[in-house]
Design a protein around this ligand. Structure first.
Ligand SMILES: Nc1ncnc2c1ncn2[C@@H]1O[C@H](COP(=O)(O)OP(=O)(O)OP(=O)(O)O)[C@@H](O)[C@H]1O
Ligand SMILES: [Mg+2]
Length: 284
């Protein structure tokens, strides 16, 4: 990496810097022959992911779908540097990830708030690292709390929020910090349909403004199409990449009318066709 590359100076950068990165065509994340095996209590080594190759360019919105247990969460954990690879390597901005990758924001599948901090402090948590002045930090936290529909609950502690409220808060906590890359593991899975659409819409609006790179795992094929530039379809365990589909629908997209948008049916049809084969579902 170049000496004067502003991205190399610290883990925290402004999103504008990311977008203007000179090598914008180079992938921000490069997964090369990544393999991950786990030791299991009964079967010895179990290969969860096998020979994954994937380039993710700056600013792309990638969704990842695949059968339960195919290694989607494991892939995100590898990119976040939370667990070591068994083979291959993963590069972040050209540098191999060898430990915790603090440059990415990560919303785990079972994401939790810090129980000892109230809602506002939770959402502002990452902003401390950005050395924002206090007023700006509070403003930013309040803005994201509003996005999550949680205004009025700023002083509540996680135990005093409902499950869905906590989930929404943990999502906006990652967004508020504005990392250049966000890894989201089925973030909207447990939410009710309305909240889910509202947050999908907000996420797309934020992304359209900031053009963060987003890797978003979902089991919802409509969501996968609605949000993505590209969809990565994985096979049953050991997870491999079965196909990568480009979604040609124009942006900005209207999440609330996504079924009527030009290109939706075609993209969904293509995805379902691939997925159906993976699930071994025959045509009626
Ligand atoms: N820490 C671990 N130790 C042992 N095995 C693990 C561990 N983490 C994951 N696995 C195994 O790796 C495989 C992939 O798990 P992973 O959680 O990545 O799947 P997934 O695609 O995210 O599934 P889901 O859609 O249900 O969330 C599973 O068989 C799981 O049992
Ligand atoms: Mg998972």
């Amino acid at each position: 990496m170049e000496q004067d590359d502003p991205l190399s100076e610290s883990g925290i950068v402004t999103l504008e810097t990311v977008v203007r990165e000179p090598g914008a065509n180079a992938p921000v994340i490069k997964v090369e022959n990544a393999t991950k095996a786990f030791l299991t209590p009964d079967q010895g080594a179990m290969v969860a992911l096998q020979d994954i190759n994937l380039d993710i360019p700056y600013g792309e919105f990638v969704t990842v779908v695949g059968p339960s247990g195919c290694g989607k969460s494991t892939l995100l954990k590898l990119i976040a540097g939370l667990t070591p690879l068994s083979g291959g390597r993963i590069l972040y901005q050209g540098a191999e990830i060898l430990g915790l990758n603090t440059k990415v924001g990560y919303v785990p599948q079972e994401s939790k708030l810090f129980p000892w901090l109230n809602l506002e402090e939770n959402v502002a948590f990452g902003l401390d690292k950005k050395r924002y002045p206090r007023q700006q930090r509070e403003q930013q936290a309040r803005h994201f709390i509003k996005l999550a529909g949680l205004t009025g609950f700023e002083k509540y502690y996680p135990a005093q929020l409902s499950g869905g409220m906590g989930k929404r808060a943990s999502i906006v906590r990652a967004l508020a910090y504005e990392p250049p890359v966000i890894l989201m593991d089925e973030p909207f899975g447990p939410l009710d349909a309305q909240t889910r659409m509202i947050l999908q819409d907000e996420l797309l609006k934020i992304w359209e403004q900031k053009r963060q790179t987003i890797v978003f795992v979902t089991h919802d094929l409509v969501e996968a199409v609605a949000l993505a530039d590209r969809i990565v379809v994985m096979t049953h365990r050991p997870g491999r990449i079965k196909d990568v589909l480009r979604v040609g629908m124009k942006r900005p997209r209207d999440i609330f009318e996504i079924h009527r948008q030009d290109g939706f049916d075609r993209a969904y049809g293509r995805l379902w066709n691939i997925f159906r084969h993976e699930l071994n579902i025959k045509r009626a």
